[in-house]
Design a protein around this ligand. Structure first.
Ligand SMILES: [Zn+2]
Ligand SMILES: [Zn+2]
Length: 381
């Protein structure tokens, strides 16, 4: 089968790899019709991680089931399914508590496994014609009859929509509150959508790319351009000098200033400053325990200088970590089905698998107009 394969820093290739197949009786095999390029693929693409040459990318996957192992009861051939980026077992102590991003059995020695991801187990990704889904009954989310027609919406259930929702859960966003979100990439935009759905009265989103800020505006949220002045001052001006009730970090350790200099601590410290006393911050942007290729000596060790004194002084709290997709994807699916939300509003490109190398280049360069790319490995009949 054809797949998007890592071939060293800033190089992916579409090439033939061994076919994905049923390996255990609990596996489900899915023909992939939609699979997204994600901002976290770029950490691996840029060569910043231990992602091995030859591995297949892709953790945001949707498709149609073509084969099931003989211990699979619920999922049937022909079902349309959205597949969480988390690979989880369903029966460990963490999965039982819905903490599927921290599954204890799928990546022994660590908590948490994912498709096509550095340091998260051996699982090949779904930027390929087929994907093997372990514990398919547990991991596959079945989609309703409009699955095929709305797949650009439903494919966002695999990661970014639940992850954006998770940012607002970690920040405990309540109806009527004000929220500031750092980052208007796909996850930040999904966090803004989620905060809006939850009834936040004021949603501010910090970024500097005009195409992204336009999407912020399309949600009825307030775009804040940090290339035009301090984002903290802009948030303060919009909140009577008090700061936002809640803050979401949707950028991660490669945050950089408008001049392009990387500061892994920048968004976190800006959040501490732009969230009110006793406010809460949710962090879903990726931070890593080690970053040997970081330009910053602390960063190499996965450490940052954090305004802990101000954070403590303001009585703030913070929730962190990857999203447990299964905690939310069912309800979010039903919102899409009911027409309440349309997360595909961020999609700029739908292209075939062989165009992936070019798409990675554009997305990595944050080229204008490349807000979210869906790859379509198998043409939809
Ligand atoms: Zn992703
Ligand atoms: Zn588990």
């Amino acid at each position: 089968m054809k797949a998007v394969v890592y071939n060293g820093p800033r190089e992916v290739m579409v090439k033939e790899v061994p076919d994905a197949k049923i390996e255990r009786p609990t596996d489900v095999l899915v023909k992939i019709t939609s699979t997204n390029i994600c901002g976290s693929d770029l950490h691996m693409y840029e060569g910043r991680t231990s992602f091995e040459k030859g591995r297949v990318f892709g953790h945001e996957n949707l498709g149609q089931v073509v084969e099931v192992g003989n211990a699979v009861d619920k999922i049937k051939v022909g079902d349309w399914v959205a597949i969480p980026f988390n690979v989880s077992c369903g029966h460990c102590a963490n999965c039982e508590r819905q903490l599927t991003a921290f599954c204890l059995t799928m990546n022994p020695g660590m908590a948490g496994a994912a498709f096509g991801f550095a340091d998260m187990g051996p699982y090949p990704g779904g930027q390929a014609e087929y994907l093997r889904v372990p514990y398919g009954d547990f991991n596959c989310l079945r989609l309703p009859e409009d699955a095929q027609e709305k797949q650009a919406d439903y494919v966002m259930l695999s990661d970014i929509f639940p992850t954006g929702w998770h940012a607002t859960e970690l920040a405990c966003v309540q109806p009527g509150e004000s929220v500031v979100i750092y980052g208007a990439g796909p996850v930040g935009l999904m966090a803004a959508l989620s905060a809006t759905v939850k009834g936040a009265r004021q949603v501010m989103v910090v970024d500097r790319h005009p195409d992204r800020l336009k999407l912020v505006e399309s949600l009825g949220a307030i775009p804040i351009d940090d290339s035009k002045g301090s984002p903290v001052e802009q948030v303060m001006a919009l909140t009577n000098g008090i700061g936002a009730d809640r803050g979401c970090e949707c950028v991660g350790y490669q945050s950089h200033d408008p001049q392009g200099h990387e500061h892994p601590n920048m968004t976190l410290n800006d959040l501490v400053k732009s969230v009110k006393f006793t406010g809460r911050i949710g962090v879903v942007g990726v931070f890593v325990p080690k970053d040997p290729n970081s330009p910053d000596p602390l960063g190499k060790k996965g450490e940052i200088t954090f305004d802990y004194g101000l954070f403590w002084n303001k009585g703030q709290s913070m929730g962190t970590g990857q999203c447990n997709v299964k905690t939310y994807n069912r309800q979010l699916r039903d919102m899409i089905h009911a027409g309440r939300v349309k997360p595909s509003f961020i999609v700029s490109h739908k292209i075939t698998l062989d165009k992936a190398p070019d798409a990675y280049k554009h997305f990595d360069a944050r080229d204008s107009g490349w807000t979210k790319v869906i790859l379509q490995p198998v043409a939809v009949a």
